[in-house]
Design a protein around this ligand. Sequence first.
Ligand code: ZN
Length: 373
Amino acid sequence: MKQSTNNYYQELKSALDIIEVARGLLPERITYSHADKLYMDCPMHNSTSKRSLVVDGTRQLWNCFGCGLGGDLIQFVQFANTGKITHGTPLSASHKEARDFLALRANLPPLQELSPELAKKMEDERAEREKISSVFADVVYFFHNKAINNGDVLNWAHEKWGFTQEAFERFSLGYSDNEGLTDYLDKRGHSLADIAMTGAFSFSADRSSLFPLLKNRIVFPFFSGGQIVYLSGRQTPWTPDDDFNSGKKYLKLMLKSEKHPDVSELIRNDYFFNEDTLRRRIEKIVITEGIPDAVALEMNGFPSMSTATVKVPTGIEKRLKHLLRETPKIYVCNDTEDSGIGINNAIETGLMLERAGLDVRIIELPMAGGFDE
Ligand SMILES: [Zn+2]
């Protein structure tokens, strides 16, 4: 068996595909399959459509409209076995059973075979990850509603990048108009400490309230394994022109540091925008420098993800190679500018991937041909 690394749940989820697990567990229930979705006749209730249970491979999530339940891969197994799902800690017996069943499939040791300290650390991490992703889900939902109800923002994004409302829906894009945000998160039951763990908020001096980091920006959520793990905010004409924001085209989340002790260690910037697209077992992918370029390409039928940076930092090269290991053809496309920084870095990224045995091509755009220009 493989030696377990320090993030058991992440490893479990990245080793398995919810579509394959669903096909294996409930083959007789599949009534329709389209793109990366399975439509199933829910085993837990009678449905006239016979399609109420939807499994989404890109997001690695499922939902039954009849039962009003949904969740991740582990919860799918739990649901298939018992008709119920559970959240949070302490873990229910059925949740542990589902986890161990999947661990066996992923060739990982069952969690109870690990040392008690390591097992506890992983359980704590999982609980923290669940809290963070639930705050992110509410923040993203809030910003998304602000965006789709703001004609000026939609028009601006359409003129700038050709984004339609469909693009906003598909990528859960938002606009960080923060009016009412902290009240909303409070109503949703999140504590200030949990909200601050995301790195998207700072405490006031007396720690009685929180200030959102992203102000009047287009918010791009990063999904990994179906969960929101990171946000990036793109400047707009409405972003305040203050010392903090001025000149920052993109604002990323705070990471844990001496200066930001309230941020969770689980907030990392080694994720790629739209990396879950690789779960569709695609034939080719375009890796772009800019996030909006990846959205525009996907909307036009080209699988794409973004490194969100001109140069892939050494620390995340390994993760990039791992993610791309099964993709037959890879295209790297950076912005083009006078200095040649974009193309030089694209070549560097390309060579790095080629050394890992991948088939890579570089796309050089004509001057000012970037989607952002
Ligand atoms: Zn159901």
